[in-house]
Design a binder for this molecule. Structure first.
Ligand code: C5P
Length: 222
């Protein structure tokens, strides 16, 4: 029997890769499958939290019936959904792999290869968790992720400060590591420094939710 130790906590979780369309049939995306965010959402629901999950369009995992899920396509759509859902939430966890760029122009019909040039101009997408950090720092418990191929703890701490977050989950990524069900390791980086979270995504989700519960019990995010 799972203890309902997160009852009374409302959590927003983002998961998976966003898609940025060049035209109706081509997208810019990345290999994130959304597994980490779905595990956090499902475990939080089992532990009694009120969970809202915003996913990219291609997240293949089963989501617990108690989770309120909204599926979006682009980073801009994800940002709108998160801002609306975060308003009355206690906790926001950004586990999505949001595309940092989108094509400046999105063609309304399929581009044929002889009709277009090979250079597409890109523009920056909004940083969703940073915009939430700027608005709610100190009022909600805010968690981001940092996936890096090297120097991961220092990068995670830099992101924690820059984005105004309470904690950043740091992951080493690379070929066969960090994505989907590949090899995995994680650290939780907070103002108190880094500590190891566990060698599987299930353990990381559980340990992160333990930390969130303690943080709320200590009076944060109310
Ligand atoms: O800067 P970087 O993309 O490595 O930061 C990762 C963290 O920021 C994750 O929590 C991710 O969900 C979030 N992020 C975001 N919006 C972006 C880019 C990243 O919310 N446009």
């Amino acid at each position: 029997l799972t203890p309902k130790d997160l009852a009374g906590t409302t959590i927003v979780v983002t998961a998976g890769a966003t898609w940025e369309h060049f035209d109706p049939v081509r997208v810019l995306t990345n290999p994130s499958t959304g597994l980490m965010g779905v595990l956090i959402a499902n475990q939080a629901a089992r532990r009694g939290a009120d969970v809202r999950l915003v996913t990219g369009p291609a997240v293949p995992y089963a989501v617990d019936d108690r989770v309120r899920r909204e599926t979006v396509v682009s980073a801009e759509e994800m940002q709108r959904a998160v801002i609306a859902m975060a308003q009355d939430a206690d906790v926001v966890v950004g586990a999505a792999a949001v595309s940092d760029f989108r094509p400046r122009e999105r063609l309304g019909s399929k581009a044929h290869k002889d009709d277009v040039g090979l250079n597409w101009e890109m523009v920056r997408n909004p940083d969703i968790i940073q915009s939430i950090g700027e608005r709610y720092q100190g009022q909600k418990v805010l968690v981001g992720f940092a996936a890096e191929t090297e120097d991961v703890l220092a990068q995670a701490e830099a992101k924690r400060r820059k984005k105004h977050l309470d904690a950043v989950v740091a992951n080493l990524v690379g070929v066969g590591r960090g994505f989907g069900a590949g090899e995995y390791g994680a650290w939780l980086v907070t103002a108190e420094g880094p500590r190891e979270l566990g060698g599987s995504k299930e353990h990381t989700a559980a340990a992160l939710l333990d930390w969130i519960r303690e943080r709320r019990a200590a009076g944060h995010g109310h």
